[in-house]
Design a protein around this ligand. Structure first.
Ligand code: DQA
Length: 151
């Protein structure tokens, strides 16, 4: 059985009430539940975590690496700023997929830059909670060797 850690960054604990015009009405618990259903169907052992702290997100990535798990990551604002997170993904040697609820390229210019995209296998952005499902599917394919790795 493959293992995937879904890691969520700052302010995603506020989903449901946070800027619903951008992020929708689903809570992080709703997203977790639908992801767990999908993971069960695909025979994936899923760990789902959220933190508001950059260093803790780095630790989560390291723990995924130590567990031999793939990483599905919505790093939220740290996507655009965190070299520490980029180094963690690279250093832990994890296969990672970057995801976003919103289409970051249709938003402010500072969201067009991702510090972690170069060390991720791919990026999925703009499909709301479905970004998590698409990301899980893509990562599972990669981990099972069913998709060519771009790197
Ligand atoms: C986000 C996009 C980021 O730019 C933002 O800082 C977030 C959420 C998304 O899922 O659309 O917190 O990662």
């Amino acid at each position: 059985m493959i293992a995937i850690h879904c890691l969520n960054g700052p302010n995603l604990n506020l989903l449901g009430t946070r800027e619903p015009g951008i992020y929708g009405a689903a809570t992080l618990a709703d997203i977790e539940q639908s992801l767990r259903e999908r993971a069960a169907r695909l025979d994936i052992a899923l760990t789902f975590r959220q933190t508001n702290h950059e260093g803790e997100l780095v630790t989560f990535v390291q723990e995924a690496g130590a567990a031999g798990a793939g990483v599905l990551i919505n790093a939220a604002a740290y996507t655009h700023t965190s070299i520490a997170l980029r180094d963690a993904i690279k250093g832990a040697g994890v296969t990672a997929v970057e995801i976003h609820l919103s289409n970051v390229h249709a938003r402010e210019e500072f969201r067009h830059v991702s510090r972690i995209a170069p060390v991720c296998a791919g990026v999925i952005s703009g499909f709301g909670p479905h970004s998590y499902i698409v990301g899980l599917d893509a990562l599972a394919h990669l981990l099972r060797g069913q998709l060519p790795s771009a790197s």
